[in-house]
Write a protein that binds this ligand. Structure first.
Ligand code: FES
Length: 354
């Protein structure tokens, strides 16, 4: 099955003030165009916390990895055909290897189980180029990083970057108990003294970080603080409602799973998709996604989460009243891009730049 088109990486349009450079001495400092996928070797697997392992990936040829700004994630192609996005948790300026922190989800869709049960040190796997829909804002006077559970992974990369810049930031990390908290010793070394705040709620959210109290006052928002949060659903909801009065440009988040059922796509009826470069017209019935309609036509768009969370299927469009259903595109991007795994079209015709 041919790959229809190379997707535009969100990284290209992301705002980032970081210019990752190698902190060690890779054997090659490649200036080639970033490939869509890489073949990387598992160089180490480490137990970090209860049900959480770190997976370190490097180039089998010891080449420098592509630049990956803080907040970026990659798609990991797993045995059995699963593809799952994972945030990069390491130092963005160290291009010798990437570190993924993966929580083994017993009730998940199988990706984290495959990572834990099937990946072994020395295995060579396919990994996408980094994408970033959760980038640091440039030159914020203060950054507030809020991590819940395994949501620490992108925020740890941000802590590395902010510390390297000498920027002013605080990191609040909430977990059930110290046994459930990953990367703590490393965070103590990265985060300036007094700026790492650990919160252990023993499984009772009311005993942990009071997110509403932290975010609800006018001070932080008015001072230009940017807040970044990532964690499980309840944590995300608490952060979203506590930051509702903040300027949207100062609030940044990344979801691991779709936060809540969306209202039904508008309208429920079918629509037509024109693949402009192929000259191909497809009907998309109400129960079918655009990406599935494209697959049924014998073509393929790269995908990963299939939930509007990762950006793997981000595609340009030329015409159509798009009903965006994703969680990652900026208002500016929505003017010309959509995620074909979840988005619909309100008008009879959607013209894709494919
Ligand atoms: S596949 Fe992840 S946003 Fe579409």
């Amino acid at each position: 099955m041919p790959v229809l088109a190379e997707v535009q990486h969100p990284l290209a349009g992301a705002t980032s003030n970081s210019t990752p450079t190698s902190t060690s001495t890779p054997t090659s400092t490649s200036t080639r165009a970033m490939p869509d996928t890489l073949r990387l070797q598992v160089r180490a697997i480490r137990l970090l916390a209860e049900r959480i392992h770190a997976f370190e990936l490097h180039s089998p040829d010891s080449e420098a990895l592509p630049p990956a700004a803080a907040g970026a994630h990659v798609d990991v192609h797993l045995p059995g055909g699963l593809v799952r996005p994972y945030s990069l948790a390491g130092n963005p300026r160290d291009r010798t290897h990437w570190t993924l922190g993966v929580l083994r989800e017993t009730a998940g869709r199988g990706g984290s189980r495959a990572m834990h049960e099937q990946l072994r040190v020395g295995d060579v796997i396919t990994v996408s180029a980094p994408r970033n829909a959760f980038a640091l804002a440039p030159a914020a006077p203060h950054s507030l990083l809020l991590a819940g559970g395994i949501g620490i992974t992108p925020l740890k990369a941000m802590a590395h970057e902010l510390a390297a810049q000498g920027a002013d930031f605080d990191l609040h990390y909430s977990a059930r108990t110290p046994r459930h908290a990953a990367f703590v010793e490393e965070l103590r070394r990265i985060v300036p003294p007094g700026r790492l705040h650990l919160h252990f709620d023993q499984g009772q959210p009311g005993r942990g970080l009071d997110i509403a109290a932290l975010l609800s006052g006018p001070g932080l928002a008015a001072a230009g603080t940017h807040v970044y949060y990532c964690g499980p659903a309840g944590f995300m909801q608490a952060c979203a409602s506590a930051s509702r009065h903040w300027a949207p440009a100062q609030v940044h988040c990344e979801h691991f799973t779709a936060p809540a059922p969306r209202p039904a796509a508008l309208p429920e009826g079918s629509f037509e998709v024109l693949l402009s470069r192929q000259g191909l017209r497809l009907q998309v019935p109400p129960e079918q996604t655009i990406v599935r309609a494209i697959e049924l036509a014998g073509l393929r768009v790269p995908t990963s989460c299939l939930s509007g969370l990762c950006g793997a299927c981000k595609t340009g469009y030329l015409e159509g009243a798009v009903d965006h259903q994703d969680y990652i595109l900026s208002d500016e991007e929505k003017q010309h891009c959509l995620t074909v795994c979840v988005s619909r079209c309100r008008s009879p015709l959607l013209v894709l730049d494919l």
